[in-house]
Write a protein that binds this ligand. Structure first.
Ligand SMILES: [Fe+2]
Length: 548
């Protein structure tokens, strides 16, 4: 039974997940194909075409479409129109199933975790049902909601408003998190009040909200200006490195302190919510999902509190992941088989290209490249020579983190490499970059070495290692590691093994293979274009090596 899970059309990060008999065949975000970051308000047409092509099927073979939003007569008609469009050759429309948005978040993360039971905390901006935070309890095959908080209390909108207040665009919440490490907490953000039942937002008496998504953001924005002064003016400047205009802000210490206060307040509320969820569910396993679960610092904070036996985050905990959750909901509804959902071991679920594909692309552009017997060894040698390498291998990752499939790699032991790579990518100089390290050596570098394959959890770097991997150690001595498992990511792991032979450390700097403002590259052509329009030194394109 084929199920095509869909997210998109109404918000951001549209995506697809094609499953066959409870198994994921393909999962990808629309932005990788349209080349528009977050692909806002777009339907996942191109990702759907890629999924069907990957499986060698047509829409005629799909038994169910599972939408991760509640359909009404208007958007159901739009969806059916899309599925009858030329892109899908006017074939029949499968039966359409709809799941609640938060339930899709909850299922995607829980079933990916492999836990037998869990407390699930879903935290995002809002869903179509009027909720912003939900708590579920899960046992075996069953996931049940036990509490929800309205849009008025949205933690996603709180953090969104703070990001806008600091002069950055919506979608740049990760930058606010990075900035927070440079500040001191100066304000407890009192309107965000801890309660016995979780938390509540006490702002309506000061700034009446419009009782919709943007109203909540406006309400918080007004409070930030009231509390901390006018929002800083920003203006676009041309960034020659990224060849585009962007907003660059020289943040004051006050603004960094506001970011730190916002981050601390979020962590305080999440801690109480997590305790509540564990208590109410009776489980010792905590699963986090929703866009706010991409906040690595908060996730690391929760882990360090020791409130749960284990904490799990799936690589697409933002809205893109709901395509998986809605497909799982469909199986539960129409084809239940409690034994069948497998834990998610890798995010490499998207488009992939063979060496023949790469060779054909190189020939088309008349580019000379060396075919290597061992591209992992060759890449490690280049990294040890302080070259910055584009690493394009296997199936594209789903989710915002590059995890060794579409990555830019560099030597983390080299002083100045953080500035150098930020410069190449056109990123702000104050933003941190993260390491990938062999799983079995994580305890050599990190205070807490619980397995973290998806780069979603900040950890403290051990004191004696902070200078050794200085380029991936943030100002607060944290890093956001990916632990690389030999079984799951063989070639990437072997590259790290070779690198250990050169530098003494099985650790590489790993950042997404894109330039500022662009989605991560998908195809060999995009990798080549990015290579030649940036300061990258080498490109490891499957078995081929391109050098400048
Ligand atoms: Fe969401």
């Amino acid at each position: 039974m084929f199920v095509l899970g869909l997210n998109g059309g109404l918000g951001h990060d549209p995506s697809v997940c094609l499953m066959r008999d409870h198994e994921i065949l393909f999962m990808a975000e629309e932005e990788r194909y349209t080349r528009q970051k977050h692909a806002r308000h777009q339907a996942p047409i191109h990702a759907t075409a890629a999924a069907l092509q990957h499986a060698g099927i047509t829409m005629n073979d799909v038994d169910y479409i599972a939408a991760s939003w509640m359909l009404n007569p208007t958007n159901q008609g739009a969806l059916e129109g899309l599925l009858k469009s030329k892109s899908f050759l006017g074939l029949r429309v499968p039966k359409i199933v709809q799941s609640e948005h938060h339930l899709a978040h909850a299922m995607s993360a829980y079933f990916s975790s492999g836990y037998d039971d869990a407390a699930i905390l879903v935290v995002d901006g809002s869903d179509a049902e009027g909720f912003s935070t939900s708590i579920y309890k899960a046992s075996g095959y069953h996931v049940e909601k036990i509490q929800s908080f309205p849009v008025h209390d949205s933690l996603g909108h709180f953090y969104d408003a703070a990001t806008r207040y600091l002069g950055m665009k919506n979608g740049n919440e990760g930058k606010t998190m990075g900035l927070a490490c440079y500040g001191e907490v100066i304000d407890p953000i009192e309107p965000l009040e801890i309660t016995e039942d979780g938390y509540q937002v006490n702002l309506s008496n000061l700034f009446p909200d419009d009782n919709d998504d943007f109203g909540t953001i406006k309400m918080w924005f007004a409070w930030f200006e009231h509390q901390f002064g006018a929002s800083p003016y920003t203006r676009p400047e041309f960034n020659h490195n990224a060849s585009q205009f962007h907003y660059e802000i020289n943040f004051t210490q006050h603004q960094k302190n506001v970011a730190a206060s916002v981050q601390r307040a979020l962590e305080r509320v999440l801690l109480n919510l997590a305790k509540q969820a564990l208590h109410k569910s009776g489980s010792r396993n905590l699963v986090l999902s929703g866009g706010v679960a991409l906040n690595c610092s908060a996730n690391g904070f929760l882990l360090a509190q020791g409130i749960a036996d284990s904490i799990y985050l799936m690589p697409a905990s933002h809205d893109a992941g709901t395509a998986l959750g809605s497909a799982q909901y469909c199986y539960q509804l129409y084809h239940p088989n409690p034994q069948k959902f497998q834990p998610l071991r890798s995010a490499a679920l998207g488009s992939r290209f063979t060496n023949d594909d790469v060779a054909a692309t190189l020939k088309r552009y008349n580019i000379k490249a060396k075919r290597c017997d061992d591209i992992a060894a060759t890449t490690a040698k280049s990294l040890a020579e302080d070259k910055v390498v584009g690493w394009f291998q296997g199936a594209m990752e789903v989710g915002p983190r590059a995890l060794g499939q579409r990555s830019i790699l560099a030597n983390p032991s080299r002083q100045g490499m953080l500035d150098h790579v930020n410069h190449i990518k056109g990123r702000e100089t104050w933003r941190p970059l993260a390491p990938s390290m062999q799983r079995e050596h994580a305890a050599d570098y990190l205070e807490i070495a619980d397995f973290e394959p998806f780069m979603l959890n900040a950890r403290q770097v051990k004191q004696e290692m902070r200078n050794e991997i200085a380029a991936v150690t943030h100002v607060d001595n944290s890093c956001r590691p990916q632990m690389v498992d030999k079984q799951t990511h063989g070639r990437y792991w072997h590259m790290l093994e070779h690198l250990k032979g050169y530098t003494g450390h099985p650790v590489t700097m790993n950042t997404s293979f894109n330039l500022r403002g662009q989605p991560i590259v998908c195809t060999p052509t995009e990798a080549i274009q990015t290579f030649y329009s940036s300061g990258l030194d080498c490109l490891a394109l499957e078995d081929f090596l391109l050098e400048k």
